[in-house]
Design a protein around this ligand. Structure first.
Ligand SMILES: [Zn+2]
Length: 371
């Protein structure tokens, strides 16, 4: 960003930030960014493409200043790989990188606070990382990380909402016994009960529009070939853009687990690991994004993001929106992750139209930070 005359600073959470000035003094600021960190064995585009696109948009202005400033943000930590807690970078901007989060430790016992200090930063400066009250909105370009846009043959989409999620653990309890001597009608097989429920989970999600439900992990005890399992421990991940539909689905799956367990003479317990509400993206920004897509020659399309993003955190404080780019093969979090150059061109063109529209929009100017 230095050739553009934009000084870059590192805030106390390690986020890279630079403000491209507005044409007028005391004008508000539009934030554009994404995250710089990634996962092990990752691809090259998840996160960082959104940061590069933000810089590319500044280049596209060719020295022109808009009625608002543009702050480019490269978030330091989004994936949660090191500390098991995601969005550490963006939480700092909304004032939620607090004491509790600073004490979380990585696998080597190093706390977030210590990591920040070892990086040469001061956790006491975190309040200065917060977005100012003149922030007008947050825009994030990100790869879709799924197969939907490719299937629809569209390069770009606006994001309607980021799905809420429930993460749970279920334990079916039966009775261990000899796999050879116990007749089929005299068994209390925890794994068989769990298996019946897993297929019910899949069907329930297939039958509800927009619902995704996953049993991603199963563990059997005692866990031997010739022993009927006494215990089956499973995880459940349920996501939907409507919290109401998600909550109802979860309650239904709990009831079905209990029914299956009762019929088989088993018991089942459950506990909730995470219950996160859906986050709507800003409707004004989404309308503007759709207009910009039309000008770019793209059919406007809106979709729900099944994955969490920094935009979800930023939306707590300021109007936020996202633009997804088609992900070839839907492959992400893998070295085979890619994007088409033409789609990146479309994203830049769409972003350029969007900035011009916002520059001309009185409604955008009058916006102040949500209380
Ligand atoms: Zn990402």
């Amino acid at each position: 960003m230095e050739p553009l005359g934009v000084p870059v600073r590192v805030d106390a959470a390690g986020n890279l930030r630079g403000v491209y000035p507005s044409a007028q003094p005391n004008a508000g600021c539009l934030l554009i960014g994404s995250h710089l960190d990634t996962v092990p064995n990752a691809g090259a585009y998840d996160g960082v493409l959104g940061v590069v696109l933000a810089v590319a948009l500044l280049e596209e202005l060719r020295g022109r200043n808009l009625p608002f400033g543009i702050e480019v943000v490269g978030f330091s930590e989004e994936e949660g790989v090191r500390f098991g807690t995601p969005f550490i970078g963006s939480r700092a901007l909304v004032g939620r990188l607090g004491k509790e989060l600073l004490e979380i430790r990585d696998a080597r016992g190093i706390s977030v606070r210590k990591a920040i200090e070892e990086f040469g930063l001061n956790p006491e400066d975190l309040p200065q990382a917060e977005v100012k009250n003149d922030a007008l909105g947050y825009l994030e370009f990100h790869i879709e990380q799924g197969p939907v846009l490719e299937k629809l043959n569209l390069p770009l989409a606006g994001v309607e909402a980021i799905a809420g999620q429930s993460r749970m653990q279920f334990t079916f309890l039966g009775r261990a016994n000899h796999a050879g001597t116990t007749p089929m009608d005299l068994r209390y097989d925890a794994v068989a009960g769990a298996a019946e429920w897993i297929s019910v989970v899949e069907r329930a999600a297939q039958d509800t529009h927009g619902l995704v439900a996953t049993v991603g992990k199963i563990e059997a005890k005692p866990g031997a070939t010739n022993v009927i399992a006494a215990e089956a421990r499973l995880t459940l991940d349920v996501r939907h853009s409507s919290d109401d539909i998600r909550t109802r689905a979860v309650n239904n799956l709990i009831r079905l687990a209990q029914e299956i367990a009762a019929r088989r003479g088993l018991s089942v317990t459950h506990n909730t690991l995470l219950s996160q509400r859906a986050v709507a993206m800003d409707s004004f920004l989404n309308q503007q994004i759709e207009q910009a897509m039309l000008k770019t020659g793209c059919k406007p399309h809106r979709m729900v993001s099944g994955a969490g993003h920094d935009a979800m955190i930023m939306a707590e404080r300021i109007p936020a929106a996202m633009i997804f780019l088609r992900t070839p093969g839907g492959i992400s979090h893998d070295p085979a992750e890619s994007v088409a150059i033409e789609d990146v061109e479309k994203a830049i063109e769409c972003g350029r139209h969007l900035l011009d529209q916002l520059a001309a929009s009185p409604e955008f100017h009058q916006r102040t930070t949500r209380a």
